[in-house]
Design a protein around this ligand. Structure first.
Ligand code: GLV
Ligand code: GLV
Length: 373
């Protein structure tokens, strides 16, 4: 596979993304250095490597790739290949200014993230963790109609979806089987076809007797989603003030949480800072909402003194380790249509080897195409 026409590209990966992916690069003659620790490297080390003239940088969401890093690579760094769909850790304006394309790994983690969302939603609603704890701690008394606690069914409820991009859509497709109604909000115009197809699917389920009631999917305002939903699931990118027309930073705060039903649950598999955690903890204590399931946090790993760790919230608040895409094939497959590892290195190869006519604007995995048009 070694391409004798390409010079020996030098790559620095801030993280081990699996031997298979690195083998593909090395087999092509690339020189690959992988930061060996599970913890991310200090920014100073990334800058030092970029300054040394590497051609490609493989990053994760833990690395802050800002003006300082990108300026260090101006004229030499040809591509930043982000092993994630989200790229809020990369300052797009600086990448554009430095004319450095960056890629992401959209699509391949869509289904994994969507199913995980549904699982943690159900976990919170049906109190799976408190139930297992009873068994493990020898506190399971007897079978009883309602003691020591009951959960809430998801079937037949109203599910709110904030953000109807790839993952929001995939989540809806999976949740259809629970015969829920959907209330959706997005700042982008909804794809009319998608809602119509979901409605068709729901109608077929009803006609065939699979669903006891006829169900609907509707696009409504943000406030209407919050007011009307029994479960609200967040599927937006993190957009800080000034970064876009609809900033999502602290979109869920004391004021917006108060719009939700006191029986409702919040589910977040997007980015932690979309939810104000101090406000969420307060809302849970005060019974403003019933519960939550979180896979992402304002600071990761979750600090020891986080208000979310309060044992008083333990039965109603599920906490996970930014784990939604962490399925074997999704993370490690070297097939760019299956795995983040495969897509990550294909994005890198496309830029370095000048695939798709050599223009990053035409490369499918490049995010900041606008800088190259
Ligand atoms: C994970 O959070 C990702 O953005 O891929
Ligand atoms: C529960 O186990 C039941 O049999 O209803």
């Amino acid at each position: 596979m070694t391409n004798s026409h390409t010079r020996r590209f030098r790559i620095f990966a801030t993280c081990d993304i699996g031997e298979g992916a690195f083998k593909i690069l090395r087999d092509r003659g690339y020189k690959v250095e992988v930061y060996p620790d599970p913890e991310p490297p200090p920014k100073s080390l990334i800058i030092e490597r970029v300054r040394s003239g590497i051609d490609g940088l493989i990053t994760t969401l833990r690395d802050r790739i800002d003006a300082e890093v990108l300026e260090a690579g101006r004229g030499t760094l040809k591509v930043v290949s982000q092993y994630a769909v989200g790229f809020d850790n990369i300052t797009r304006g600086d990448a554009n200014r430095c004319k450095i394309p960056f890629t992401n790994t959209a699509d391949v983690l869509t289904e994994a993230t969507a199913e995980f969302t549904l699982f943690i939603l159900g976990n919170a609603a049906r109190k799976l963790y408190p139930s297992e704890r009873l068994v493990r701690n020898q506190r399971w008394g007897t079978w009883h109609p309602y003691l020591p606690f009951l959960g809430d069914e998801v079937t037949g409820k109203t599910v709110g979806v904030i953000g109807t991009g790839r993952i929001g859509h995939a989540f809806i497709k999976k949740a259809v089987g629970l015969d829920v109604d959907f209330l959706c909000f997005d700042t982008e115009a909804p794809q009319p076809d998608f809602a119509r197809k979901i409605q068709d699917t729901m109608d077929v389920r009803f006609r065939n007797g699979f669903s006891a009631d006829s169900r609907s999917i509707r696009s409504v305002s943000f406030e209407e989603v919050l007011r009307g939903s029994d479960f609200v699931s967040i599927h937006v990118p993190l957009i800080r003030a000034g970064e876009g027309k609809f900033p999502t930073y602290h979109l869920f705060n004391a004021a917006t949480l108060r719009l939700m039903k006191p029986t409702a649950f919040l589910v977040n598999t997007s980015r932690g800072p979309v939810v104000d955690e101090t406000d969420l903890a307060a809302a849970l204590h005060a019974g403003v909402i019933a519960g939550a399931a979180l896979d992402v946090f304002e600071k990761e790993p979750l600090p020891a003194d986080s208000p979310l760790r309060d044992p008083k919230l333990e039965n109603r608040l599920r906490l996970f380790s930014h784990f939604a895409s962490a399925a074997r094939v999704t993370r490690l497959s070297t097939d760019p249509n299956q795995g983040m590892a495969g897509r990550c290195i294909q994005g890198l190869i496309d830029v370095l080897e000048g695939n798709h006519g050599g223009n990053p604007a035409n490369m499918p995995y490049v995010v900041n195409k606008e800088a190259f048009r």
